[in-house]
Write a protein that binds this ligand. Structure first.
Ligand SMILES: Cc1ncc(COP(=O)(O)O)c(C=O)c1O
Length: 323
């Protein structure tokens, strides 16, 4: 099923896509009072499995806490609802979009009079920046818009409001003929893409900006740090100057949507050899082996969706590398 079909979970009920509507006077429409997640279910060699579902749901509830939302549904129940909704739609693989938002009640800025509603939307979503970008890399523009300053919009919350800034960055990059934007923080340090985190490789060392650089600390970022260290690379999370990018040997984006996508140029300056580099390739390969079930799930990152498939024997984690 594609975007626009299937059933959507809304406050505990499965409804047809066409009927999953909210009132125009809902708080979220006017004031951006929503928090959401983006996760993926992969069709692995052992059956359909969601990647780091529990971690995504934890981040959703963390985002809600930052915005003082009190969801009517528990994290456990909403996690179970994600799996139920995938099964109800008989998806083998899909993108998963749970969202919690201030609904219909009153229309002042004060959101407390509005209910916290929840929904789960699923659709099939292939390579976010295109299959070619996964191989060849993407052309990136440093945005003229910065990420939000500290203590303005909390970047650790995956809030709908943050994506007003992300849209400004994305539209500017698109209008100028680039594939994606990369934002600086308000100090001018490297932050992240409009919807993905950044890694840079130089002299065999892998760098990524820290959580304090106005970014969403992605679960793919966390997975890639773990994968890279297991592959023997040194990974440093540190404040990074913009110009490091232009002299990088390699750079790549990571995120649920982009997975691991090489960056081949920044502001029309080719990076390294101007195509996917060997470090990017090895991390990308290992990432896809894990999410596709071709490598053992040593960290317990996969949640199988269909009980019959979950019974398929999994390669056992080893004591040394289980998380
Ligand atoms: C702004 C932003 N940064 C980073 C990410 C990557 O996070 P994750 O790997 O958890 O999908 C996302 C995607 O959710 C995002 O929207």
């Amino acid at each position: 099923m594609s975007f626009g079909s299937g059933r959507i979970w809304m406050n505990g009920t499965l409804v047809d896509w066409a009927d999953a509507n909210i009132h125009i006077a809902s708080h979220v429409i006017h004031y951006g009072s929503g928090v959401f997640e983006g996760a993926r279910c992969y069709q692995t060699a052992h059956g359909s499995a969601c990647f780091r579902l529990d971690d995504h749901m934890r981040r959703l509830y963390d985002s809600a806490r930052i915005y003082r939302m009190e969801p009517a549904v528990t994290r456990e129940a909403l996690t179970a609802a994600v799996l139920e909704t995938i099964r109800a739609n008989e998806y083998k693989a899909c993108y998963i979009r749970p969202i919690m938002y201030r609904g219909y009640g009153a229309l002042g800025i004060n959101p407390f009079a509005c209910p916290v509603d929840a929904a789960i939307i699923l659709w099939e979503w292939g390579a976010y920046l295109g299959e070619e970008a996964l191989q060849q890399g993407v052309d990136v523009r440093i945005g003229s818009w910065s990420r939000s300053a500290p203590n303005t919009f909390p970047s650790l919350a995956k809030a709908t409001a943050n994506y007003a800034n992300a849209q400004l960055l994305k539209m500017e990059a698109m209008a100028d003929g680039y594939g994606e934007a990369l934002a600086l923080d308000t100090d001018g340090h490297l932050s992240e893409g409009s919807g993905e985190n950044l890694f840079i490789v130089r002299n065999g060392v892998i760098y990524t900006p820290p959580m304090s650089a106005a970014l969403l600390p992605g679960l793919t970022r966390d997975s890639v740090i773990i994968i890279a260290r297991e592959l023997g690379y040194e990974v440093r999370e540190q404040v990074l100057p913009r110009e490091l990018l232009y002299i990088a040997d390699e750079a790549f984006f990571v995120g649920t949507a982009v997975e691991v996508t090489p960056i081949r140029s920044v502001d029309r300056v080719p990076l390294g050899r101007g195509s996917r580099g060997p470090v990017t390739e090895s991390i990308q390969r290992t990432f896809f082996e894990i999410v596709n079930g071709h490598a053992p799930d040593t960290h317990g990152w996969l949640t199988y969706v269909y009980p019959s498939e979950a019974a398929t024997p999994e390669p056992a984690p080893t004591a040394s590398n289980a998380s």
